[in-house]
Design a protein around this ligand. Structure first.
Ligand code: NAP
Length: 482
């Protein structure tokens, strides 16, 4: 299907080589009959220099909100101008929760994996996990980063991944987590995946541990069709997988939310080669091909993708980074070559794509109130340079006569009181776990206030309620705790 009315798209050329690869991409899209009404907008280094700390001015946000689709060049985060990455700002502002990274062997790009038929898509959760950026120094020497994973966040990324598998006619979806260690956070993605999988009976669903996934990606990458994973895991394995097929320079990506989709090359602004007619526009161009499929212009997408594949297959007039025998041409000449190849068919069979529906959740439905909620205890995180025995004795004395009992003390997760005989290295950060003999209904505010009052001169910096939801413990057992 070819688009009859032009689709409005916000174009952010970006920094460094961004303007060159954007100009090349726009030229090829126009020659390939993609009907697009571009709205040019600004973000990145120049915006930071004007003192806009987000790197994305209001007009740019308004343009993306209006068009719902953006094609974006790389953005620098200049040190000393702004503290937040403009890329992260855009992803978070528009809640683009799904990062889609196709990883496919490209003709003429020779790697140790050439000929193995690698053709997969990595679907990475894009806004939660450790990347929520909630960090605190707990003591002067111990830092903490909160890993936040939500059930609706898992459900929408899992449904997006299954939806993508269906839209691309793929056969299997693997969920990769570290659920064996982080049973609540990483385990949530696994549980949601297993709950949702029966809704997609035509897609073979499986789970594997993320470290095994990394291993399998290196040993037998051709086994994967679609992989869904949490933010940090996805960050790492998607770069690893890009490396299998020629590196970041040719890797496209999409950031999808239910209102906005933004397409961008994976590479950065490559400032060393900026303005020299050396940049390879393939990654942004393939990102634009993803964009065309997203808006339903499958004909233009196919025509442009085939022209790129023919160009790579024939190996004539390639940019220096991918040219064989080092005989590279400039961005402009490569662009001309792709345009000359429009209408030609590569030797590679085309995949049948259909339109991907991005799952939508109303914010109001996201709260799930349990039927019962009880307080089972409290974890108190303390700063102390004392020995484990001294901290244990202090905590025991503090709770004598209170409804709490001291269940144990750990140091970076390893039990140090009661002593186990283990040889833990101690830092000045202890967790004392206090349990109530009988869990109490409600939030236990009075009991907690009483306990904190008893801690007197002990320096605590963090409290965590140990809650039971519908009779199930909402906290991990400490190491060595029964
Ligand atoms: P980079 O810009 O990707 O560049 C690393 C090297 O890769 C370049 O020096 C160049 O190698 C090669 N390269 C990358 N893209 C290329 C292309 N299209 N054509 C030809 N060669 C290409 O990575 P970086 O140097 O780490 O990052 C530079 C800036 O980009 C930083 O400010 C970073 O924050 C930003 N960045 C932005 C994004 C984004 O907006 N999504 C992503 C990553 C990085 P040679 O020098 O060997 O030619």
């Amino acid at each position: 299907m070819t688009q009859s009315t032009p689709i409005a798209v916000t174009a952010i050329a970006g920094d460094g080589i961004g303007p060159e690869v954007m100009a090349a991409t726009k030229r090829i899209l126009a020659a390939g009959c993609a009907r697009i009404a571009w709205e040019d907008a600004e973000a990145g280094a120049a915006v930071f220099r004007r003192g806009i700390a987000t790197g994305a001015p209001r007009e740019t946000l308004d343009s993306i909100a209006r068009t719902g689709i953006a094609l974006k060049g790389p953005l620098e985060t200049p040190v000393g101008f702004g503290e937040k990455s403009a890329n992260v700002t855009l992803r978070k502002y528009f809640e683009m929760y799904g990062n889609i990274r196709p990883v496919r062997e490209l003709p003429g790009i020779v790697t140790p994996y050439s000929g193995r038929g690698i053709d997969m898509v990595i679907v990475r959760e894009n806004v939660e996990d450790l990347y929520a950026g909630i960090e605190h120094m707990q003591t002067n020497a111990v830092a903490q980063c909160l890993k936040l994973i939500s059930e609706p966040g898992c459900e929408r990324i899992v449904r997006l991944a299954f939806g993508l598998a269906v839209a691309e006619g793929r056969k299997s979806l693997a969920c990769a987590t570290k659920a064996n260690i982080m049973k609540m956070t990483e385990g949530m993605l696994k549980r949601v995946f297993e709950r949702v999988a029966p809704d997609f009976p035509d897609i073979a669903a499986s789970h594997l541990i993320i470290d095994n996934c990394a291993h399998q990606l290196v040993i037998a990458p051709e086994q994967f069709d679609v992989i869904v994973t949490t933010n940090m895991n996805g960050d790492i394995i998607s770069d690893l997988a890009a490396g299998l097929v020629g590196g970041l320079g040719v890797a496209p990506s999409a950031n999808l939310g239910d209102q906005v989709a933004m397409f961008e090359a994976v590479h950065g602004s490559a400032p060393q080669i900026a303005g020299k007619d050396l940049a390879n526009p393939t990654a942004l161009l393939l990102s634009a091909v993803m964009m065309l499929r997203h808006v339903g212009d499958f004909d233009a997408a196919e025509k442009i993708e085939q022209a790129v594949l023919v160009t790579l297959e024939e190996g004539r007039n390639l940019t220096g980074d991918i040219a064989r025998r080092g005989q590279g041409v400039g961005t402009g000449a490569y662009t001309d070559q792709v345009i000359a190849n429009l209408g030609r068919q590569s030797s590679r069979a085309s995949r049948h794509y259909s339109r991907l529906q991005v799952p939508h959740w109303e914010a109001a439905t996201w709260h799930h109130e349990p039927a019962t909620r009880e307080l089972a205890g409290i974890d108190v995180f303390l700063e102390s340079a004392d020995s484990a025995e001294a901290v244990g004795a202090g905590m025991l004395a503090a709770v004598t006569g209170s409804p709490f009992r001291l269940a144990g003390i750990s140091n970076r997760g390893a039990q140090v009181w009661p002593a186990t005989g283990g040889r833990s290295f101690l830092v000045d950060h202890f967790r004392a776990r206090f349990l109530l003999e009988t869990p109490i209904a409600g939030d236990g505010a009075a009991e907690i206030a009483d306990l904190l009052g008893r801690l007197g001169g002990w320096r605590w910096m963090h409290l965590e309620k140990l809650q039971r939801f519908d009779g199930v413990d909402g906290f991990a057992k400490g190491q060595g705790e029964s």
